[in-house]
Design a protein around this ligand. Structure first.
Ligand code: PLP
Length: 332
């Protein structure tokens, strides 16, 4: 498999474990639910972005970069993990933060500073305007004789997606070893890279599991376009031609009022996962995505015999998005 030949940083032990949710599955009365614990990847407090950054930062190092510039919202897990790994490997990290508010140094933003990143508040909510700001920042470093490397929002490109292509291959091996077949793999979809990686894995190595993305940010038409673009970029990085992605499954009906605003279903998912399994879901990504999966189970999208896999992609510092009214909705 060509992906094994591509350079990556070896930052954590693979495979991450898969466990059966033995209390929650019967409680929901649907399929057998399994969880892949990418939240337990330890690096920089972990989560899915570590997998992408293993490839992206190895690429940056191979190009002799000395400054990494990336972007995300004030509570971006991607920014926090980029800052943490840059600290470890000795690269300067500059974060161009999207959003127009006045932000406290709490949660991920506090961790960005602990990891020593330089934080630039862009002052704009328009993420389409941010690539130009990152480019301008890069130009300033170039003028000083430095070698900047820009990572896009969420690490979503053909190199970052290799992290979840590798995770897909890992899941296939785990299924074989445990003699179990997953009928679907569900993930939170933010910038699209995680889904693109899984889809590319399926495209090149086969398998029957449906990949289900629960969008937490973009409407279906926009995110589907981004995922397709990333799949083609990933195939390009691998030098594979002649493969065409089919349709992709993305649900955008669980976004609610917007990114990082938990819905009643999100809060119900956080509560049930906490009370039945002692596992924490965050209100921005995994809580919203698992809430979507619960809704699909309630709508009988799966049979009782199905084994369904949910990838827990981390995001614990995002708990700061839980406001008093969210907490009281859970504890009442
Ligand atoms: C905890 C968590 N889960 C899921 C995602 C979504 O991943 P992607 O941006 O690759 O769609 C993110 C992205 O920031 C994340 O931080």
């Amino acid at each position: 498999m060509r992906v094994r030949k591509i350079k990556k940083l070896g930052l954590f032990e693979k495979p991450t474990r898969i466990e059966f949710l033995e209390n929650l599955s019967p409680h929901l009365g649907g399929p057998n639910i399994y969880m892949k614990r990418d939240d337990l990847i330890g690096e920089a407090l972990g989560g899915n972005k570590v997998r992408k950054l293993e490839y992206l930062l190895a690429d940056a190092l191979s190009k002799n970069a000395d400054v990494i510039i990336t972007t995300g919202g004030p509570q971006s897990n991607h920014c926090r993990i980029t800052a943490g790994i840059c600290a470890k490997i000795g690269l300067k990290c500059v974060l161009v933060i999207g959003g127009a508010g006045k932000y406290e140094y709490e949660g991920n933003l506090m961790l960005d500073r602990i990891f020593g990143a330089e934080v630039i508040f862009s002052g704009t909510r328009d993420f389409d305007a941010i690539p130009a700001i990152m480019e301008k920042t890069a130009e300033e470093f170039r003028k000083k004789g430095q070698r900047p490397y820009i990572i896009p929002l969420g690490g979503a490109n053909g190199i970052g997606a290799l992290g979840y292509l590798e995770a897909y291959l890992e899941i296939q091996k785990q299924m074989k070893a445990a003699k179990i077949q997953f009928s679907s793999i569900t993930i939170a979809n933010g910038s699209g890279g995680t889904q693109a990686g899984l889809e590319t894995g399926k495209l090149i190595s086969g398998g029957d599991a449906d990949i289900i993305g629960i969008s937490v940010l973009f409407k279906k038409a926009k995110i589907a376009g981004i995922v397709f673009k990333d799949i083609y970029e990933t195939l390009g990085v691998l030098g594979i031609s002649g493969k065409k992605p089919g349709g992709i499954n993305v649900f955008d009906e669980y976004i609610g009022k917007g990114y990082a605003i938990p819905t009643p279903l999100t809060l119900e998912a956080i509560k049930l996962m906490g009370r039945k399994e002692g596992i924490v879901l965050d209100p921005v990504y995994t809580g919203k995505a698992f809430g979507g999966l619960m809704d699909l189970i309630g709508k009988k999208k799966f049979s009782k015999k199905d084994n369904v896999l949910f990838i827990h992609t981390g995001g614990y510092p995002g708990m700061v998005n839980m406001r008093a009214e969210h907490v009281s909705a859970i504890v009442k």
